[in-house]
Design a protein around this ligand. Sequence first.
Ligand code: FE2
Length: 209
Amino acid sequence: MVLIARRKLLFGAAALVACRHAEAEADAEPAKPTAASQCALTHDNIEGPYYRAGAPDRWDLTTPGMKGTPLEITGRVTSADCVTPLRDVELDVWQANDDGHYDNDGTMPKDVGLLLRGRIRTDGDGRYRVKSILPGHYLNGPKYRPAHVHVKLRATSHAPLTTQLYFPDDPYNDGDPFIHRSLVMDVKKADGKMVARFDFALRQVTGRT
Ligand SMILES: [Fe+2]
């Protein structure tokens, strides 16, 4: 009899806990989408004709006296799950100047050097930071390309990625044959400066890339 009574007591306690748990779930707000549920690999994009290897290791791509709207881009690089940070990823960044010219498009003296190019590495949390200026527009055939920043990412055990980052509200976004909506950065403007955010997710591969 004692045993039966004890079982009843335990069952009653368990039912109470289950009931409270159900109430708690009913009271809880609807689940918000997690990073994992929105996760997608970063889309690639054309390299274009102006890449140069051997950019210096620097996070500040500007040089003294360079004109243009100040721009800072920050974000993280993760593995394909959009959660696992990737450290020591190389971001090889290049872009046009305020007038829409690259240092190798034939409009600058040959000894101008490497302008608005740099290689940045992610920290232990997969974070990166780039200081630059808003790139200018340039003609691609009969049409202007929207402002964009080129980047190549190289990471251990992940596929290399060549892509471009874009700006919301650019008048040339519509109709550009290369832009991909997922590559438009989250950009805030404050005090004459643009602060952009973009997170990358890279495809994992076996072995070293
Ligand atoms: Fe370009």
